[in-house]
Ligand binder design. Structure first.
Ligand code: TXA
Ligand code: MG
Length: 317
C-alpha cells in the first residue's frame, strides 16, 4: 500500500531516497500535488505512466530545485531567461528545446524534441528536489483525465496502492495547475492558462500569439485533450437558475437558490480563493449523487481565463 508521511525533514529524506531508487512519490507543489519519478530513469517513468493510466503520447513536466539545473536539459533563449528570472520559483512551466545529451528518459518527453520544465516554490517540493539532485518528472497526482489533487487525501483517493508514498503538507496554495507556455517556436504561446496570467507574461516578453489554447492543436500540446479535469457527474456551465436534483457550484455573494446541494467557490468573489477551492469542491459535489453540477458564471479576465479553461474541459462530455 501507499505510505503517507508528514512533509518534515525525515519524510522528505525518505521520499528523496525512494525517488533516487526509481520509486513513485506524490508531493505538494504550490499548484497541485504532483506524482514524481526520476526523469532520467526509464523504468521509473514507465511505472509513472502506468500508475496514472496516462497515454504514452502525453509528455511530463520536469521539476528542478533551481533554474541552473534546468539548463542542463533545456535550451533557454533570451525570452526564457527573462521569464525564469521573473517567475521562478513559481507556477510557470516553459516548453523549450530538449538537450538530448542530458539523458532524460525518452518516454518522459513522449519522444518530442521539446521539454517542459518548471521550478516550483512550495518549500516541500524545493527541499525534495534539492535532496534528489536530478530532474523529477511530475504530472498531477491523479488518474489520467480526473480532477487534480489539492490535498494528500485526494492523491490517495485516486492512486492509493499504485505509488510508493505521498508527502502530506496539507492543502496547496494556488489550487490549479501551472501556466504552460510554449517557447519552442518563434511565436510564444500559452498551451494551458494558469495563475501566471497572459498579461503578466506579456509584461515581460511582449505580445503572445493570440491563438486559442491548444485543445484545437493536438500536435503542439499532446496532453491538452478537450475533456480533462473531469468529475463523473456532468457539468452545466453559466447557470442562471438551478434545479433541486442539481448540485450548485456558486461564485460570489448571491448564490442561486433551489439547488439540492451548494458549495461557494468564493462568497466574496475572489478568483484566487475560487482557484484554491475549485478541485476540492468539484470532488465534493461529485460525491453527493446529484444529476448534474450547475456552475455559476465566473469573471473572465486574469485568473478567470484559467478557471474558465478548467471548467470548460471538465464540462466536455
Ligand atoms: O502545476 C503543474 O504544472 C503540476 C504540478 C505537479 O507541477 N503538473 C501538471 O502536470 O499539471 P500534468 O502532466 O498534469 O500536465 C502537464 C501538461 C500536459 O498538458 C502536457 O501535455 C504538457 O504539460 N506538456 C508537457 N510537456 C510538453 C511538451 N514538450 N510540449 C507541449 N506540452 C507539454
Ligand atoms: Mg494533470
Amino acid at each position: 500500500m501507499t505510505e503517507r508521511l508528514e512533509a518534515d525533514a525525515a519524510g522528505i529524506a525518505q521520499a528523496a531516497a525512494v525517488l533516487r531508487k526509481g520509486g513513485l512519490v506524490a508531493f505538494p507543489t504550490e499548484t497541485v500535488y504532483g506524482l514524481g519519478a526520476l526523469a532520467t530513469d526509464d523504468a521509473a517513468i514507465a511505472r509513472l505512466f502506468a500508475a496514472k493510466g496516462r497515454p504514452a503520447h502525453n509528455p511530463l513536466i520536469l521539476h528542478v530545485a533551481r533554474p541552473a539545473l534546468a539548463h542542463e536539459f533545456a535550451a533557454f533563449d533570451a525570452r526564457a531567461e527573462r521569464l525564469a528570472a521573473a517567475f521562478w520559483p513559481g507556477p510557470l512551466t516553459l516548453v523549450l528545446p530538449l538537450r538530448r545529451e542530458a539523458g532524460i528518459a525518452h518516454a518522459a518527453t513522449a519522444g518530442l524534441d521539446t521539454v517542459a520544465v518548471r521550478v516550483p516554490r512550495h518549500p516541500t517540493a524545493v527541499e525534495l528536489l534539492e535532496a534528489v539532485g536530478g530532474p523529477v518528472a511530475a504530472p498531477s497526482a491523479n488518474r489520467s483525465g480526473r480532477v487534480s489533487p489539492t490535498t494528500a487525501a485526494h492523491v490517495l483517493a485516486d492512486v492509493d496502492g499504485r505509488i510508493d508514498l505521498v508527502l502530506d503538507a496539507g492543502p496547496v496554495e494556488v489550487g490549479i495547475e501551472s501556466t504552460v507556455l510554449d517557447l519552442s517556436r518563434v511565436d510564444a504561446r500559452i498551451l494551458r492558462p494558469g495563475s501566471i496570467t497572459r498579461a503578466a507574461i506579456e509584461a515581460i516578453i511582449g505580445p503572445l500569439d493570440a491563438g486559442e489554447t491548444a485543445a484545437d492543436e493536438p500536435l503542439r500540446s499532446p496532453g491538452l485533450l478537450a475533456r480533462h479535469y473531469a468529475p463523473k457527474t456532468p457539468l452545466r456551465l453559466d447557470a442562471v437558475s438551478v434545479a433541486e436534483d442539481e448540485a450548485l457550484l456558486a461564485f460570489g455573494p448571491r448564490p442561486l437558490e433551489g439547488a439540492g446541494w451548494t458549495l461557494n467557490l468564493s462568497p466574496t468573489g475572489d478568483l484566487e480563493e475560487a482557484a484554491r477551492n475549485l478541485y476540492a469542491m468539484l470532488r465534493e459535489l461529485d460525491a453527493v449523487g446529484a444529476r448534474r453540477i450547475a456552475v455559476m458564471r465566473l469573471p473572465e479576465g486574469g485568473l478567470g481565463e484559467a478557471l474558465g479553461d478548467r471548467l470548460r474541459r471538465a464540462a466536455t462530455a
